[in-house]
Design a binder for this molecule. Structure first.
Ligand code: 5AD
Length: 348
């Protein structure tokens, strides 16, 4: 096993069979070694920095019906909201004044936000918050839309693939096409945006083989960012009674991803922090190097409930930022507010 981990550390790759063997047989002491190698790798690529990104949840309207997600179209208990252009811009300006230089606009697939509206929003953010990076996370679009958003100034786009096993994907995404999801990720990359993929851990019936499919898929796509987190059941969804993912597995996978993709930007996600109060600090030690504090207006935070137990802090953003920075420092890392682009990326 140690030999296998060394091979992963040196070559940043393993075969499918080797990855299955690794996941099936990893002992606690092997896992400690794996995590130490992931830590060494992140020090070499991004040092001990943790990048802070301001997250703004712009809409919880969604036309999709993902079986795990609290803002799925069929959830009639969700109280829907969308921020106005002014509210979005104001949230960015507030964040900019606190020092944030990346804004992540995330939302459901909401037809209200046309390309035209998004282009206007991106342009105003870029003019009021010079130098700041804009990341979008708004679901599946056409290649021409991704291109138009890139040309308007968007820098990055997050679209988790959710799972790379077609049958599993289709069982939890009614009326969605696995092939289209993958095409979207390729299109995002092709138009020049930094692309973020990622998957859910602990989905019903998910096996180590499925997870290895995710790892192989990520290695092939070579995204600039990878977001992974435990699936957490949400009470108003068909998967309400399922078990969900755990922190231990999530952290092991973060370490493997850091070794497979040494240059990747890898967040310690809110979902991980939700199921394990020290999960994000453990994640930094296993190779994670991004955290995304919430900058959304307080009134909408509890409505953006993708899963149960998500902490809705009504702590003021400045104070929240200080708390997060303190935790990062206590874990032995350096919080950084600069854009923090992937070191392999340049706008073309
Ligand atoms: N548990 C954990 N993560 C979830 N997401 C959606 N619903 C849940 C849930 N119940 C994740 C999806 C999506 C991201 C924005 O949130 O992976 O891509």
């Amino acid at each position: 096993m140690i030999h296998l981990i060394d091979k992963l550390f040196i070559n940043n790759s393993l075969t499918k069979e080797e990855l299955i063997f690794l996941l099936d047989n990893l002992t606690e002491s092997d896992r400690d070694y794996l995590i130490s190698k992931a830590y060494e790798t992140r020090l070499r690529t991004y040092g001990n920095t943790v990048f802070l990104r301001g997250l703004i949840e712009i809409t919880n309207y969604c036309k999709r019906d993902c079986c795990y997600c609290g803002i799925r179209a069929s959830n009639s208990s969700a109280q829907r909201y969308r921020l106005t252009e002014e509210e979005i811009l104001q949230a960015c300006i507030n964040g900019f004044e606190l020092g944030y230089r990346t804004f992540v606009l995330q939302g459901g697939e909401d037809a209200y936000f046309t390309d035209e509206k998004l282009i206007k929003i991106i342009s105003s953010i870029k003019s009021k918050c010079p130098e700041a990076a804009v990341t979008l996370s708004l679901g599946e679009k056409s290649e021409s839309s991704y291109k138009a958003l890139y040309d308007a100034g968007a820098d990055r786009y997050l679209l988790r693939h959710e799972t790379a096993t077609k049958s599993l994907y289709e069982s939890i995404h009614p009326n969605m096409s696995f092939e289209n999801r993958i095409e979207c990720l390729k299109d995002i990359k092709k138009v020049g945006l930094q692309v973020g993929a990622g998957f859910l851990i602990g989905l019903p019936n998910q096996t180590n083989r499925d997870i290895v499919n995710d790892l192989i898929f990520l290695k092939e796509l070579e995204p600039h960012m990878v977001g992974i987190g435990p699936f957490i059941p949400q009470k108003n969804t068909p998967l309400r009674d399922e078990k969900g993912g755990d922190s231990h597995t999530t952290i092991t996978l973060l370490a493997i991803i850091r070794l497979l993709l040494p240059n990747v930007l890898l967040p310690a996600t809110t979902a991980l922090g939700t199921i394990d109060s020290s999960g994000r600090e453990k994640a930094f030690k296993a190779g994670a190097n991004v955290i995304m504090p919430n900058l959304s207006p307080f009134e909408c935070r509890k409505k953006y409930a993708l899963y149960d137990g998500k902490v809705f802090t009504d702590t003021e953003s400045a104070e929240e930022k200080k708390k997060i920075e303190t935790k990062i420092k206590e874990a032995g890392f350096e919080p950084v507010l600069s854009r923090g682009d992937n070191i392999t990326w340049k706008r073309i």
